[in-house]
Design a protein around this ligand. Structure first.
Ligand code: FES
Length: 340
């Protein structure tokens, strides 16, 4: 049986055929619901069910479990993942329309710098080559696709605030990775890359004015750095607590720089957390989400931004909800695209 879906914010509606997922039907109708991975991992397609109900069943109707990118607490709060959810009634859904930014645009970029930050993380700086009459609007937290030259691409979050000129990236080496290990090793300043940007809807929500708890693992720091750079010297900057989870001291590739941010962000607290620290490390140990829990017994008044490993994000959603965190004020970007 078909079901009708109405998108509250835009007034658009579309029909979902029996066995179809909400996102599949929206895309068939050329309705731009936000999405990325399309397999239930990244959480980008999260929608709020204002009316109606959905289930997570296979196309042949077998009952399934919640997808990885949706916690039981989010489901309980009325959220669903459009790429996996199949309606069991007509729906009214709420989801913020795609960001006010440019449509993804193919362009060339010149390599300005390639520098190893650690044996596994490279700082890549590109200069965008925009036609004179083109203005590209993008938001801190979004990402770019780098074309590999064989029809494939790799996605990287931008690690610098938008300035229309240069863009920084933190590229983590994936063993055997076509770009992250092989191509980047041969990149030199002056070379050209084809890129497509902007993509993604992980960004700072200024309208959600609350103390910020930002939690990153690994290069999940990149989009958070971009957001925080955009907040520097801003008198409307809320209090910021940044928790960065890594394995060892040597992995903390921006440790010194982050400590200087306290001069330019309001009530900035930086807490690096190491899961495999040496004996000489005097800072926090363990998992980064546990450090947040140890410091903040009540998360009900915070806006929370999570970026990095799917495991950290899934654990944090559950644990933070138990401390009162509202799923309406929690934003996540799960690095599910770890392809070679
Ligand atoms: Fe649905 Fe990634 S697009 S979870």
């Amino acid at each position: 049986m078909n079901h009708r879906v109405v998108w509250l914010e835009t007034g658009q509606s579309f029909e979902v055929a029996a066995g179809e997922a909400v996102l599949e039907a929206a895309l068939r109708g050329e309705i731009a619901l936000p999405h990325e991975c399309q397999f239930g991992g990244c959480g980008t397609c999260r929608i709020k069910l204002v009316e109606g109900a959905v289930g997570y069943t296979s196309e042949d109707g077998e009952a399934g479990e919640l997808p990885m990118g949706l916690s039981p607490e989010e489901a309980e709060a009325g959220f669903a993942l459009a790429c996996q959810a199949r309606p069991s009634s007509d729906l009214v859904i709420s989801v913020a329309p795609p960001l006010a930014c440019s449509s993804p645009t193919l362009l060339s970029a010149t390599v300005e710098g390639v520098q190893a930050l650690t044996p596994d993380v490279t700082h890549l700086r590109l200069r965008l080559r925009l036609p004179e009459d083109v203005e590209l609007v993008y938001r801190p937290g979004q990402y770019m696709n780098v074309q590999l030259g064989d029809g494939r691409h790799r996605s990287f979050s931008m690690a610098s605030r938008p300035n229309g000129g240069t863009v920084d990236f933190h590229v983590r080496r994936i063993p055997g990775g076509t770009f992250t290990e092989q191509q980047i090793a041969t990149l030199r300043a002056g070379q050209t890359l084809d890129v497509e940007m902007p993509h993604g809807n992980f960004c700072f929500h200024a309208e959600d004015y609350r103390p910020l708890v930002m939690v990153a693992t690994g290069t999940g720091l990149a989009p958070i750095k971009s957001m925080l750079e955009a907040l520097m010297d801003d008198e409307d900057c809320p209090p910021v607590s940044l928790y960065w989870g890594m394995r060892t001291e040597a992995d903390l590739y921006l440790h010194d720089e982050i400590q200087t941010w306290a001069d330019r962000l309001y009530e900035f607290q930086y807490v690096p957390v190491l899961s495999r620290a040496s004996d000489s490390w005097t800072g926090r140990r363990g998992y980064v989400q546990d450090a947040v829990l140890a410091d903040l017994p009540d998360l009900s008044e915070h806006a929370i931004y999570l970026c990095g490993s799917p495991t950290m994000i899934a654990d944090a959603k559950v644990a933070f909800a138990a401390r009162g965190a509202s799923m309406d004020h929690l934003y996540a970007d799960s690095f599910v695209f770890q392809m070679v």
